[in-house]
Design a protein around this ligand. Structure first.
Ligand code: SAM
Length: 386
């Protein structure tokens, strides 16, 4: 179902990673992960308690085999979606949620003609049918209301538990996070008393995990340059009960060494903006190779600053939810050659190795959606040489 408008240079860049498997990779992007992961906030509840509460209410939920705090709900589907006479076109973000069984909310509606109470199909801008449901309002009133449910979804292509509606979510006992993303802070192994900087922190997934993994005893600094995203991160951290445990700043973290010159960290998490080619499910996407080059330069700026902020011998994690060499192995190579960093061996082995013939390639971690059934992801652990 996925439609990908990538230019030939970008396809070439993907072939450099996947060779003739590139088709399987692209095909897998429109499918959701096979497991929907959440992290248990171990500062508020034990994993056993959360599992018991959910299972008592009939949920199918399991422990991850490797990460103690990770539990998952199986993603069901793909299902056939019944046809309806009426349709509503959803924007990309809304469509990707509806694909997994969420209702369609008014802000996600692009167009459609329907009356309250009729059966409708939710379709993408390309006309792909992703769900069937019942209209909750007349299409005429959409311009006049800006919130609420437009279509209550009855059957979607896939089905997954609506995490945000669970009391466990509202009480801050769980945080939805992919397994690769959780692996980053598990590998960083935050300890009591350590100063840890999260340079691109919002919405706070890794920040919260650093707090929990250190049992609230690490001194965590979270930076993000977007006011709106910082506000959202503060909300998330409050829900988890972590707000007093993190120092949050709205700042351009490429200049931390100047604007926060007093800051010396034992560990730095670098999780910068990326081309997000590994994010699944994706119904469609449009990108150019030039976007990748621009992002790669941007990402290097964070690494450069991280290398200044971290103490000698300190640790930096560099991760992205994408798959190109330009945003992965090639940046690590520059960091080794120009920033005095070295790649270290991860203590937990999941996924596959890096794609390079350099000896440190075996210490890199990659996840491939068509092989591992999780989002495409890149993780490296770097140490500042003494
Ligand atoms: C991939 S997201 C981070 C996700 C986050 N680490 C998590 O696990 O929840 C990248 C973040 O970098 C932020 N960002 C982009 N440019 C930045 C800059 N110059 N300084 C600080 N943050 C920046 C974006 O606002 C975005 O929230």
């Amino acid at each position: 179902m996925g439609r990908f408008d990538y230019d030939s240079e970008l396809i070439k860049a993907l072939e450099a990673v996947y060779g003739s498997d590139v088709f399987n990779f692209l095909e897998s992007l429109s499918r959701p992960p096979s497991r929907y992961y959440v992290r248990v906030n171990v500062l508020k509840a034990s994993v056993d308690d959360v599992l018991r509460r959910l299972r008592d209410r009939g949920f199918e939920v399991f422990r991850d085999e490797v990460l103690d705090e990770a539990i998952y709900f199986p993603v069901k589907g793909p299902y056939e979606v019944p046809s309806a006479k009426w349709y509503v076109v959803a924007d990309k973000k809304a469509a990707e949620s509806v694909l997994l069984g969420s209702d369609l909310y008014v802000p996600g509606v692009i167009k459609g003609e329907f009356r309250k109470g009729v059966e409708v199909n939710v379709i993408t801008e390309y006309g792909d049918v992703i769900a069937y449901g019942i209209a909750e309002i007349d299409s005429d009133s959409i311009g006049r209301v800006d919130r609420g449910i437009a279509v209550r979804v009855v059957k979607s292509r896939y089905d997954v538990v609506k995490i945000r509606e669970l009391p466990e979510f509202k009480e801050g006992l769980i945080y939805p996070q992919s397994l690769p993303s959780m692996l980053v802070c598990a590998l960083m192994d935050p300890k009591a008393g350590e100063v840890i900087v999260d340079m691109c922190a919002a919405p706070g997934g890794k920040t919260g995990h650093l707090v929990e993994r250190s049992y609230g005893r690490a001194l965590v600094y979270a930076f993000d340059h977007s006011k709106k995203k910082v506000e959202r991160m503060v909300e998330e951290l409050s829900r988890l009960g972590h707000i007093g445990r993190v120092k949050v700043f709205k700042a351009d973290s490429r200049y931390l060494d100047v604007d926060f010159s007093w800051l010396r960290a034992d560990k730095v998490v670098v999780d910068p903006p990326c081309s997000a080619l590994g994010v699944i499910p994706k119904l469609y996407d449009s990108k150019r190779y030039s976007d990748i080059k621009v992002l790669s330069e941007y990402q290097f700026q964070f690494l450069k600053t991280a290398a200044k902020v971290v103490r000698e011998g300190g640790l930096i994690s560099y991760s992205t939810c994408t798959v190109t060499l330009e945003e992965g192995e090639e940046l690590v190579e520059r960091a080794i050659n120009q920033l005095g960093l070295e790649v270290i061996e991860p203590k937990i082995r999941l996924g596959s190795s890096g794609i390079t013939s350099a000896p440190w390639g075996m210490y890199l971690i990659r996840f491939h959606p068509h092989i591992h059934g999780v989002p495409g992801y890149f993780i490296s652990l770097l140490r500042r040489r003494n």
